[in-house]
Design a protein around this ligand. Structure first.
Ligand code: NAG
Ligand code: NAG
Ligand code: NAG
Ligand code: NAG
Length: 401
């Protein structure tokens, strides 16, 4: 009796806690009628032909449902995974297919946007930077397909997984810098660079896993530099309490480029610091972006992420607007930073030949095409061509053999 009573109280407490909506019963805790009813009529709720006692709580995607008064009372959050939209995309001819990713299941839409992206809208300063033009001969033909890792095998770096750390500002910057240092040093320095070093130590981006700006990330790469990803690996759990800088990555000023501290792990010994030139802006012209990539290496692109982008599995991405009448509340948009690594053409939606970029995301290799995605090229899809950033690896004369 007592345990059932406690369960009842618990269910009312839960109802109060979760009652962001008004769908929960607001009745007083009054065990009297409950016990009387208990002996006479059926209690509890059913779901998938299973019986649940009064007070049971089950999770349905991002919502909690409590069995209360023989009915399920559910919270009404908008979930990140929206099965109707996934269905809509897969039944349509949009040129890409969608997947229900288990890592996103159970998150609210708001949480998805808050934790999985993490680049602040570009500052006016960044947007007003002068554009640079690659010196790649204008007359030389650009190939129909280009993949950076084929031209520079072993010198470019695959996608990492930011998990619930909203720091695409750090992941994309470290990855573009690492590729370019490897390419410009002609394979002398091929280490991947540490996004965790940026997240935990960039003093001007104190938000860390709560978004940051890419101009500050590049400022840090120029002024302080980063150690390798092997030296300063990602934390297993990202949270605000463990976000203390473990690495004062400042060189000793005598041309020796090493951090003043040892790597915060026992495997990697090299605490060498890698630095970059100030960043520069590449033109939004599709041809210019291609010339920049083929000549100097992958570039950073700032894009607008819409809700459907989370479901991308394969194909050429274009934003699909849900036709669902409820779709209004699913529409969301936020800034994200990724790395463009190549391009190509393919027969896509409606059998038409379509041009695409190849881009690396930072949601792990189980997302998209092995961590990469393809997106329409030449039409500024999701603003992908709006702001393209690159930098030079800073190699001193003592670096050159
Ligand atoms: C989506 O995936 C989750 C967990 O991986 C699963 O529980 C759920 O039933 C799936 N939903 C749909 C509509 O396929
Ligand atoms: C934060 O992470 C550390 C270790 O990574 C862990 O010990 C701690 O419990 C976490 N804190 C929270 C609030 O999750
Ligand atoms: C893009 O640049 C190329 C030359 O690099 C030029 O031929 C072309 O007209 C430009 N496109 C636009 C839309 O300005
Ligand atoms: C890309 O689209 C955005 C928003 O629609 C716009 O602000 C920007 O100027 C566009 N850029 C180019 C190069 O077309």
């Amino acid at each position: 009796m007592w345990t059932r009573y406690k369960i009842l109280i618990f269910s009312y407490l839960m109802a109060e806690i979760c009652a962001e909506t008004h769908s929960f019963s607001k009745r007083e805790v009054d065990p009297g009628p409950y016990f009387t009813r208990n002996h006479t009529i059926f209690e509890g709720c059913s779901r998938d032909s299973q019986h649940y006692e009064e007070g049971s709580v089950v999770k349905e995607n991002c919502n909690s449902c409590t069995c209360s008064g023989q009915q399920w009372k559910c919270s009404q959050h908008v979930c990140l995974v929206h099965p109707e939209l996934i269905d809509h995309i897969n039944k349509g001819d949009y040129g890409w297919t969608a997947q229900n990713y288990s890592q996103f299941w159970g998150m609210t839409l708001e949480e998805g946007f808050r934790f999985r992206l993490g680049t602040l809208p570009p500052s006016p300063m960044l947007l007003s930077m002068n554009e640079m033009t690659a010196s790649f001969p204008a007359r030389a033909d650009l190939p129909e397909i280009f993949i950076a890792s084929y031209k520079w095998p072993g010198w470019t770096h695959g996608p990492l997984d930011q998990k619930n750390c909203a720091a695409s500002w750090a992941f994309s910057t470290a990855s573009v810098a690492a590729d370019r240092i490897a390419i410009q040093s002609k394979g002398r320095y091929t280490a991947n660079l540490s996004p965790q070093n940026l997240i935990s130590c960039c003093p001007k981006n104190r938000h860390g896993c709560n978004s940051g700006s890419i101009d500050r990330a590049w400022w840090f790469l120029r002024k302080r530099g980063l150690v390798s990803h092997a030296c300063y690996p990602l934390f297993k759990d990202q949270n605000t309490t463990n976000n203390i800088c473990a690495m004062a990555s400042r060189s000793d000023g005598r041309g020796k480029r090493h951090a003043t501290k040892l790597c915060p792990n026992s495997y990697e010994k090299s605490n060498r610091i890698y630095q970059c030139s100030p960043p520069y802006r590449v033109s939004s012209n599709e041809t210019e972006i291609m010339r920049e990539i083929i000549q100097n290496g992958p570039v950073q692109a700032i894009m607008q992420v819409h809700e459907d982008f989370f479901y991308y599995k394969t194909g050429i991405y274009r934003h699909v607007i849900s036709t669902n009448e409820e779709s209004e509340k699913y529409r969301k948009l936020r800034t994200h930073a990724v790395k463009l690594t190549g391009w190509g053409t393919l027969r896509g939606a409606q059998g038409k030949k379509e041009k695409f970029w190849i881009a690396a995301n930072s949601w792990g290799k189980s997302w998209g095409e092995n961590g990469y995605f393809r997106i329409l090229r030449g039409v500024n899809e999701s603003d992908i061509e709006k702001l393209i950033i690159a930098a030079w690896g800073q190699l001193t004369s003592s670096d050159d053999p």
